[in-house]
Ligand binder design. Sequence first.
Ligand SMILES: Cc1cc2nc3c(=O)[nH]c(=O)nc-3n(C[C@H](O)[C@H](O)[C@H](O)COP(=O)(O)OP(=O)(O)OC[C@H]3O[C@@H](n4cnc5c(N)ncnc54)[C@H](O)[C@@H]3O)c2cc1C
Length: 410
Amino acid sequence: MRVRDLSGPADAVVVGGGTVGAWCAYFLRRSGVERVVLIERRTLGQGASSRAAGIVRTQGGTPWAVRLGEWSRRFYLGQRDELGIDSGFTPQGYLLPCFTDADVAAARQRMAMQNALGLNVRWLEPGQLDALNPTLAPGRTQGGTYCAEDGYLTPPRNVTAYAVALATAGVYVREGVAFTGLATENGRVTGIQTSAGPVSAPLVVLTGGPELATVAAAAGISVPAGGVRHQVAVTEPHPDLARERVPMVFDLTAGLYWRPEEGGLLFGMSNPDEQPGEAACVDEPYLALMRQRLAELVPVTAALGLRRTWAATIDYTPDHLPIIGPGIVRGEVLPGVTVAGAGGAGMMWGPAVARATADVALTGTSDVVDVADLGLDRFDEAGNSKLGTDPIALPFPEHAPQAPGKLTLS
Ligand SMILES: Cc1cc2nc3c(=O)[nH]c(=O)nc-3n(C[C@H](O)[C@H](O)[C@H](O)COP(=O)(O)OP(=O)(O)OC[C@H]3O[C@@H](n4cnc5c(N)ncnc54)[C@H](O)[C@@H]3O)c2cc1C
């Protein structure tokens, strides 16, 4: 990895060494930008990106989500050829079960949109669904949608993959250096201020995951994104949970997802009633609710111990969609600055958000996804988005108006 002093000018600076910032720096370099510098306050991946559950779902609730998911899935599949290393993507198949007539109607409508965009999503009748997933309590669902091409990656391996990509592409990486503000001249960015001194550059990309709002605030840019606790656990192994018997499942009713991991199940969710803020520890009472819901739907897990549990801060946006667009200061676009956030879906959308952000920084547009509506100008001063909320999202705090069913101990 090229770690040099910061004294020379850069052609582009990216703030944040998570999956969005790092892949963006890589794509900028691959687009021919000569000297790309990546600034990371801690070490590469030490934000949300190394702590994720790794779910990669193309079955999005909006065309943006579908396109970003599909672009990222294809990127993961092609990584080994492109880079000689991959993020561990495993096509496992993802099932979204329906429990009510309303769920069925919404799922069928979503599936039509996804199929029209080229996704291979199919409808499973209740019996077909039970046959596909023998670990699920039988007779519980009214069917569901299934995409065999959805899968999961290994988040720490993704960090390794982008570290290798940065090194081989010749991106200058500075760890342990914090972004503290922008340098501007005549209404245009000329570089950044950091804890290790200034870096001059005509292009600046701001990321930060759960800390994006703080990073952007240091640049005078208001970003209505936040961070909140998200917790994940892995059960002990059991023969019934062998990888070939268990598709990934998203129980949208509760906001709980699971997938196979090390012979057991990995499951996770956020508490929609929890106040935003940094996650310091596992919320054990809420974990008990998650376990109870999981045991209702996958009875074999009721008697299993937990091998690992962790909590980390996940990023979210009010509409559960990513942010890709120019920096806006006091209502005016600040030329040269681009802001990016994955809206809590950085494993499934991260590379696509990164590629689209690099494109926007260089050309103002992208053919990865239509970015016209994904910028900061979609939010009003109170942080309300003019876009509809993506309905296939984790139950983050701002999900309240359409909150999924609350978990309660029985
Ligand atoms: C427990 C958990 C499970 C998850 N599961 C999934 C999943 O299954 N599927 C999925 O799609 N997504 C999942 N996510 C979300 C996903 O991990 C994030 O959306 C993604 O990692 C965000 O990437 P990022 O690069 O924007 O942010 P981060 O990875 O947080 O990177 C931001 C970086 O910016 C750095 N930084 C902050 N401030 C500064 C500064 N002033 N100067 C320099 N650097 C700074 C931070 O140190 C950090 O390294 C999960 C998240 C969590 C926490």
